[in-house]
Write a new protein. Structure first.
Length: 192
């Protein structure tokens, strides 16, 4: 059983999930967030612990994902919906296909735009965030070319009401911005 999922393992799992959906005559939709989006969509890092997602039909896809986990030797919660607590009422999603996942017939994949994912990751910032959390936010700030704290917070406030934004989020963003010197073209970061 793997501790972290690589791009190839995530793609293999999603393709296996597509086959399981076809076998069960289920048409599902998965919105991929977090580290999995950073790996698959933004090519920002090499691996993630799991695939944070919102999916429907929830119970049918959860059961299909369990079968995929058993078949591929993945953690039982490789696909989970723990991200639901960080969703905004003003979602901004994209459906541009990931090359290796084009042409799925029983599974539709979408993910947040870079702005929405940045806002979510800032909101999820913990006092003891992991290096990959910090790297993800730095990557997105660089990708979006946001040189000031105000510009980053403007994006966060586009998705979340100011009263919901914790002071630790504001400090987290300010600390990251103050540590960035230039805005070179983002590239794949080593996973942490």
């Amino acid at each position: 059983m793997t501790e972290r999922l690589t791009r190839e393992e995530i793609i293999a799992a999603l393709l296996a999930l597509e086959k399981e959906c076809t076998r069960r005559s289920i048409t599902g939709e998965i919105c991929i967030y977090g580290g999995a989006a950073m790996v698959l969509v933004f090519d920002a890092r090499n691996s993630t612990r799991d695939v944070d997602a919102v999916f429907r039909p929830a119970s049918e896809l959860r059961e299909a994902a369990r079968i995929v986990a058993e078949d591929l030797g993945l953690p039982i919660d490789w696909l989970n919906d723990g991200v639901k607590g960080f969703l905004s009422h003003h979602e901004d999603l994209s459906g541009e296909p990931v090359l290796e996942l084009e042409g799925l017939s029983n599974l539709r994949l979408v993910w947040p735009t870079a702005e929405y994912l940045l806002a979510m990751k800032c909101m999820a910032a913990r006092s003891e965030e992991t290096a990959s959390d910090r790297n993800d936010v730095e990557f997105l700030i660089r990708s979006l070319r946001l040189p000031t704290n105000e510009e980053v917070m403007e994006i966060v406030e586009r998705f979340y009401p100011p009263e919901r934004i914790a002071i630790k989020t504001r400090y987290f963003v300010s600390e990251i911005i103050s540590g960035l010197e230039t805005f070179p073209t983002p590239g794949r970061e080593a996973s942490s």
